[in-house]
Design a protein around this ligand. Sequence first.
Ligand code: SF4
Length: 331
Amino acid sequence: MPTHNIVSLSGGKDSVATGLVAEALEVPNLQGVFADTGHEHELTYEYIHYLETVFSFPIRRVKADFTEQIARKRRYVEVTWRKQDVPESIVLAALDVLHPTGIPFLDLCIWKGRFPSTKSRFCTEELKRNPIIEQVFIPLMTPGNMVISWQGVRADESIDRRFLPECDEVGGGLFNYRPILKWDVAAVFEAHRYAGIKPNPLYLQGAGRVGCMPCVNCGKDELREIGARWPKEVARVREWERLVSLASKRGSSTFFTATNDPTVHKRDDVDFKTHGIDRMIEWANTTRGGREFDMLKMLDRADAPNKCASAYGLCETYQKIPVSLIDDAVA
Ligand code: SF4
């Protein structure tokens, strides 16, 4: 039976290790697929280019397109919001911003009039899962074909993943395969080292995981690193908060849920100007309770752009691979 092997590559360590396994096994019709959310760090885009030069298989890029949904939302705002007596200034502001930008993450949020959150994580499905299924898997799922989706997930990442099977059938000739399910983090980086492939440089700069920058699941420590190291990414989110707020019936939407900040009370007047990304980074620099600043961490962070801060101790690991690769990785 003709078989197609597709590795989902995010630019993170686990997806790369999965690609290395598939490549080593010399499986037929192997290709990588990268779902571009438009919200990745520029180093991840560079890293995907690098992977194209070191992997023996092609990497296809896919993007979600929300043009139709945004056009439908325009009609809804014009008719239904007006019927609902939404103030005309809010209707006009929304109509002004309801145009596709071609940036999937931003267009998704403009369409929804809000950002995804840890409780409503529609981003993974809309930006990653659906484009890969619709643009890559479905065209290959013709009668008599088998499609194997290689997924870089590990059991020790979360409770949900702990109980995943190594292999399962989705239907229609599509199967999931998770070859590194039982691997630990050390094995993942060892696979990079063994193959002479450098990891995504973000791991050497304090990132615990690679994905959207930032991810809605980003923790306090990671957010502090992002605030100190990557002002460009923070500025992008700040501008997106302004645009998505215009598309929102409330007139405001913040990237992170403002109530994550323990100093926010129910009665407080909260909007994207008072509790947007800048306030959350300020909060990330505080100690428990969110009121006192952790001066030691702040002094440390002031020097952050110059430091190597791998959450996985890669600085030591990567002393074992050629110096040129280390230089590139930490550059
Ligand atoms: S990386 Fe985070 S923000 Fe991006 S799609 Fe996944 S869950 Fe959503």
